[in-house]
Design a protein around this ligand. Sequence first.
Ligand code: NAD
Ligand code: TYD
Length: 353
Amino acid sequence: MTILVTGGAGFIGSNFVLDWLAERDEPVVNLDKLTYAGNPRNLGSLERDSRHVLVVGDIGDTRLVPILLERHRPRAIVNLAAESHVDRSIHGPDHFVQTNIIGTYHLLQSACAYWSALSGTERDRFRFLHVSTDEVYGSLDPDDVAFSENHPYAPNSPYAASKAASDHLVRAWGHTYGLPVLTTNCSNNYGPFQFPEKLIPLCIHNALAGKPLPIYGDGRQIRDWLYVKDHCNAIRLVLESGQVGETYNVGGNSEHANLEVVRTLCRLLNDMMPRANGATYQELIAFVSDRPGHDRRYAIDSGKLRRELDWRPMETFDSGIGKTLEWYLANQDWVAEVTSGAYRDWVKTQYGR
Ligand code: NAD
Ligand code: TYD
């Protein structure tokens, strides 16, 4: 048996592929367009592992995807490919509409055609798992209860709107064509291999370079934070035991204001890597203009996943953030490469494009 993972060279995708192959022997075909966010180096430890094949391509490629499905006959598709950064979606929503909406539409069509031609056990066991975000639910007030799976969709950013649209397409393909779909909506992830455009890796990178740590607005916006490996465990569990047609919220039960997150990072860095000039990292915190339409609070109720599939996060925010910092400190060459753009040259050399 084989699974097809899309976006498996990105942050969550590469953690998912690495964990999958560490946990089981089932091969992975990894379809990734290698945008700025995709980095084959994340999968360097699999270079000689015949269970992993990286295919450079687009989920919306209606020629390539059917060929891949026919050739590898996966028992499941795990769709992680997306444009994922809210700020980029504000500056240029085009790619978000293209990949997250139209790309998902084409992927669903390809999956549906493949699945429809299956029979017997192959057809019964096939699953299409779509990985989505809590941002589709919009913003909460301080005293509101956390998002459940029944919370109405109210996306506020172009990113969130494009993910919401993709969730609706997935739901409709399940409802209308009977494609066996599953959807997960997860809160903010952090951990190894996260591109240093997102809050936590950006602040680690800037802090080590002695650059300002930019806090949007008053820094009191709240996110729920989940260590990436816990998200990967949840995806595996939903794939194995989730009920077809259902959606599952995934969260860390770990709400923190942005300013608190950055101050925690600074405190840890003061101990782990004291600044040469004797100053504290907190002194680098700089308040900057707020993000337009900035959602105030996300909070996720993952009770359904806990009750039905017995999932719970293994890491607390303290343990996860400690591991994350250690990873970034030990992998400064990775950070240097992705921030210098050199890794794209490596991709051209390696894949000849
Ligand atoms: P990422 O930006 O780090 O990685 C996305 C990957 O998708 C990259 O490898 C990129 O090359 C690839 N990709 C982009 N467009 C593609 C296309 N058209 N065809 C094939 N591959 C393409 O994103 P991430 O943070 O790893 O997020 C993965 C998924 O999880 C996304 O769907 C995102 O919406 C969702 N999600 C992310 C978070 C989070 O906190 N990062 C939280 C909840 C859900
Ligand atoms: P981000 O990591 O971009 O994730 P998302 O927008 O998907 O939640 O941002 C997390 C929070 O941190 C969000 O409230 C925006 C804020 N933020 C800053 O304050 N400064 C920054 O430089 C960045 C990138 C984010």
